[in-house]
Design a protein around this ligand. Structure first.
Ligand code: BJW
Length: 228
């Protein structure tokens, strides 16, 4: 999209009430799995099966959860303001698109896609990735990995996101701890371009002081109220 006026950054908190675990909350993913083992290229090089198991488990879980009222509210906002809303999600689940969002950037990739280490093509992928999995583009076997962005890798569509942040009037961050860059720096980029910046979070701690306004509460309650 060329000229969105509202840019919404979402994080794991928007999917929490759908039953998808966040990362850094006490019961989050990083309390159960070592980040270095499952979310870095080095971890994948050491033990690819362990990393594939981790993402296969999360991909299977996607089929058991549904979008919630917060995802639906953002999709409705986009419908009400055609061409004006861009959702940038750090989440690799597909709940925004299943709720109806279309102007959507998955900056950390998607569970529902696999990328080939041989030909670099990304393909839609619904099943487990195994050593027998064949790349739909080049037919190589055993060369697929989840098309997600690990630490040390460059998030997707950064130029497009940067332009949208600089040109927007409103930037809202929903359900993210602001601990991972470059997403954690988006609020400053938007503010430098003159945007009003708003954080919506269950608990506005941590990076809240970097926003003009904070709205505290569960996403399924505060997001529908916010977009009205
Ligand atoms: C609710 C709620 C409810 C709960 N309602 N709210 C030192 C300084 C600065 C940077 C670096 C540094 N050392 C290394 C870096 C870079 C590094 C980084 O940021 N590291 C930090 C740890 C410091 N970043 C990278 O490596 C990135 N790449 C990069 O920088 O490339 C260089 C480059 C960039 C740009 C241009 C050119 C070059 C890549 C980062 C990849 C992150 N990958 C992960 C995992 C992969 C995908 C996956 O497996 O899912 O992405 S990590 C993980 O964290 C995942 C998430 O998308 C990401 C963010 O987490 P999120 O969404 O914020 O979740 P939580 O759990 O942290 O927070 C949940 C929030 O929800 C909480 O606030 C709750 O309160 C709230 N909440 N319930 C509302 N019901």
């Amino acid at each position: 999209m060329s000229n969105p006026k509202i840019v919404i950054l979402t994080g794991a908190g928007i999917s929490a009430e759908s039953g998808v675990a966040t990362f850094r909350d006490p019961d989050g993913v990083w309390a159960k799995f070592n980040l270095e083992d499952v979310a870095t290229p080095q971890g994948f090089a050491r033990d690819p099966a362990k990393v594939q198991d981790f993402y296969n488990m999360r991909r299977r879980q996607m089929g058991t959860v549904d979008p919630n009222a917060a995802h639906a509210a953002l999709a409705a906002l986009e419908q009400a303001l055609p061409g004006k809303v861009l959702v940038v999600t750090q989440n690799i689940d597909d709940l925004h698109e299943r709720a109806g969002s279309r102007n959507l950037i998955h900056m950390h990739g998607e569970l529902a896609r696999a990328i080939c280490l041989g030909c670099s093509e990304s393909s839609a992928w619904a099943d487990d990735i195994t050593v027998q999995s064949q790349c739909p583009a080049c037919s190589a076997k055993g060369r697929l990995r989840p098309d997600v962005v690990w630490f040390g890798e460059i998030p997707y569509r950064m130029e497009e996101i940067g332009e949208a942040l600089t040109g927007c009037d409103l930037f809202a961050a929903i359900g993210t701890s602001g601990s991972v860059y470059p997403a954690a720096g988006f609020v400053e980029e938007a503010r430098a371009g003159g945007a009003l910046t708003v954080e919506l979070n269950l608990k506005c701690a941590g990076w809240a002081s970097r926003f003009d306004e904070q709205i505290e509460g569960p996403a399924t309650q505060v997001v529908p109220d916010f977009v009205e």
